[in-house]
Write a protein that binds this ligand. Structure first.
Ligand code: CA
Length: 227
């Protein structure tokens, strides 16, 4: 899951970014509304966390403009006060949900998970499955058959990308865009490294291989050889 965080208070931004990254999200942080629109136009985000009071363009204007562009991106608004008028304005502008500052990270995560499920109709269930492989998007637990497989957070983020669209070939860039933010090394060869680790954990102990390389294109989950 790749998230755009739009929050101009550096301390809150750093705190939320670190918390999200520790939970396996890729996070780009911007600090004003103009940058938020530019980054949304350039990058396929899965979610936006949008503060209302922002320099240059405020959060309500950003939200309205995204919706005018028919951008369906799930938007979580942050409001400074628990005032009914603020919440109504956010929802009227097209936000999907709101959170009142200050908030606990656990609550933020719960809202983001709910929004991600809502945005992704085919996966109402928190369980993503392909063949005997499954990933619970709430607990991050990965199982293959009867075995629990321990994955690091970025490993499970790469796997989640593949599991959301089994049989679809995803390029290294498409995978990287959902797993790493711009301030990290997101050269596509990083994806190869993670796929190697995933294969060792998920495919090597089993006769039926699931992770396939499509030469010159990328990777997919499939029961069948692709080359
Ligand atoms: Ca603010």
């Amino acid at each position: 899951m790749r998230v755009l965080l739009v929050e101009d208070e550096p301390k809150i931004s750093a705190y939320v970014k670190r918390g999200l990254e520790e939970s396996g999200y890729a996070v780009d942080a911007v600090f004003n509304g103009r940058d938020a629109l530019d980054w949304c136009a350039a990058t396929p985000y899965d979610l936006v966390i949008l503060d209302i009071l922002l320099p240059v363009l405020d959060g309500l204007t950003v939200c309205r403009q995204l919706r005018q562009q028919n951008n369906p991106l799930p938007i979580l608004m942050l409001t400074a006060r628990d005032a009914v008028a603020d919440r109504v304005a956010g929802l009227d502008a097209g936000a999907d949900d709101y959170l009142v500052k200050p908030f606990a990270l656990a609550e933020l995560f719960a809202r983001l998970r709910a929004l991600a499920r809502r945005g992704n109709d085919q996966s109402k269930s928190p369980l993503l499955k392909f063949a005997d492989l499954s990933l619970d998007t709430r607990t991050r637990q990965v199982r293959r058959g009867e075995r629990t497989i321990e994955l690091a957070s970025k490993e499970s983020a790469v796997l989640e990308c593949l599991l959301r669209e089994p049989e679809r070939v995803l390029s290294r860039t498409q995978i990287a865009e959902h797993v790493w933010s711009y301030d990290r090394d997101n050269q596509s060869n990083v994806v190869d490294v993670y796929i190697r680790t995933l294969r060792r954990k998920i495919d090597d102990p089993f006769a039926q291989k699931l992770i396939r390389t499509v030469r010159g294109v990328g990777y997919c989950l499939s029961l069948h050889e692709t080359d």
